[in-house]
Design a protein around this ligand. Structure first.
Ligand code: ATP
Ligand code: LTN
Length: 334
């Protein structure tokens, strides 16, 4: 039998998961667990590159795990774990720091963005973030890394590290490919269509979290920024009507309709009808996820058994790669 290919991805528990987290990465993952040997994790080591409240970080890490499961990641069919529970990430992260160049790291747009937003805390971890991400990826020798388009640059850097490292030591790491979903690759803030909807910025009005109350969601969509053009019609034109295009992308993902179908549906109706319709579609889409998340969260013992088993499985695979790396670079055997 042909061996399954491997896939890996992670999300930082740096804020409550949003519609962007869901439509970008999360809702694509369950489709892949049959075909690939999958690893999904809560990237808590990455989350602390920005200051976190300890209690909130702990709560969000566990809630995120419950949400992964609620979205369809069956722990019997894939490996779900918490990054800090698998010590090999930090270890390989250090090694790869020595194979990532200062110039390369300096060019990363996420570093530039986050430094601008956290001017009082531009720490070393923020700068070397991509080498830890390369370690996350390379420990599991994956074929595919599904990410949103803002993370493509980090996967490219990982590929450069593979080339550099394998160039010196032979075929140690498999070359990973990034996979960027077409629809929903980038969901924008509801109040600023030029900025990505993110877990940790755009205030409370720009984002919708997966656990938001339906009334709150409806309010956010009714308040969403559309565009100041005079025609006020629902037409897909990301260049000139980025606010409407963003809402159409969300509506398309939630209903499975094409942009042409949506244009037809709201022909002559204007934004006043369109915005609440998007809100309703989103509420319906996430209702089952909310219910399932609450149910799973109530069972702490179950969640604990999932992340323990996940860490054990992940650690086994990660250790194999780490040993090989240590040997190749010349660390004395234990
Ligand atoms: P933070 O605000 O803390 O930086 P974030 O909301 O940007 O976090 P990440 O944890 O950095 O989220 O991202 C997890 C994954 O989700 C990444 O693959 C990222 O590309 C994707 N992603 C995040 N936000 C969006 C979005 N608005 N649209 C599409 N994909 C997204
Ligand atoms: N850097 C990613 C989260 C992340 C990740 C990874 C994604 C950390 N390690 C490995 C894919 C593979 C982010 O900020 N969104």
């Amino acid at each position: 039998m042909e061996e399954k290919k491997t896939m890996l991805s992670g999300i930082k528990p740096s804020g409550d998961l949003t519609l962007g987290s869901y439509l970008g990465p999360l809702h694509h993952w369950p489709k892949m667990i049959e075909e690939y040997d999958c690893y999904f994790f809560m990237a808590d080591l990455h989350a602390i590159t920005v200051r976190q409240d300890p209690a909130a970080l702990r709560r969000r890490t566990i809630e995120q795990l419950a949400q992964y499961i609620a979205c369809g990641l069956d722990p019997e069919k894939c490996t779900l774990f918490i990054q800090s529970h698998v010590h090999q990430h930090a270890e390989l992260g250090w090694v790869l720091n020595c194979y990532a160049m200062f110039g390369e790291l300096s060019r990363m747009t996420q570093f530039k963005d986050k430094s601008a937003k956290n001017a009082d805390n531009i720490n070393g971890g923020l700068f070397t973030y991509p080498s830890l991400m390369a370690a996350d990826i390379l420990l599991y020798q994956p074929d595919l890394v599904p990410v949103g388009d803002d993370q493509k640059q980090h996967v490219e850097l990982t590929r450069n590290i593979v080339q550099r490292f394998n160039g010196v030591y032979g075929d140690v790491f498999k070359m990973p490919e990034s996979y960027i979903p077409k629809v929903g690759a980038r969901i924008m803030s509801l109040t600023d269509p030029a900025a990505k909807m993110s877990k940790s910025d755009n205030g409370d009005t720009g984002r919708v979290t997966l656990m938001d109350d339906p009334n709150v969601i409806m309010k956010q969509f009714k308040r969403a920024i559309t565009d100041s053009d005079t025609e006020r019609c629902v037409r897909y034109d990301p260049e000139n009507k980025p606010g409407v295009a963003n809402l159409m992308t969300i509506y398309a993902a939630a209903t499975g309709r094409s942009f042409a179908e949506i244009e037809q549906e709201f022909d002559g109706l204007g934004y006043g009808k369109f915005k609440p319709a998007v809100g309703e579609a989103v509420v319906e889409m996430i209702r089952p996820i909310q219910e399932e998340t609450r149910r799973i969260l109530a069972d702490k013992a179950y969640l604990e058994s999932v992340y323990r088993a996940g860490a054990e499985k992940a650690s086994y695979a990660a250790e194999k790669t780490l040993r090989k790396v240590y040997k190749k670079i010349g660390f004395a055997a234990r």
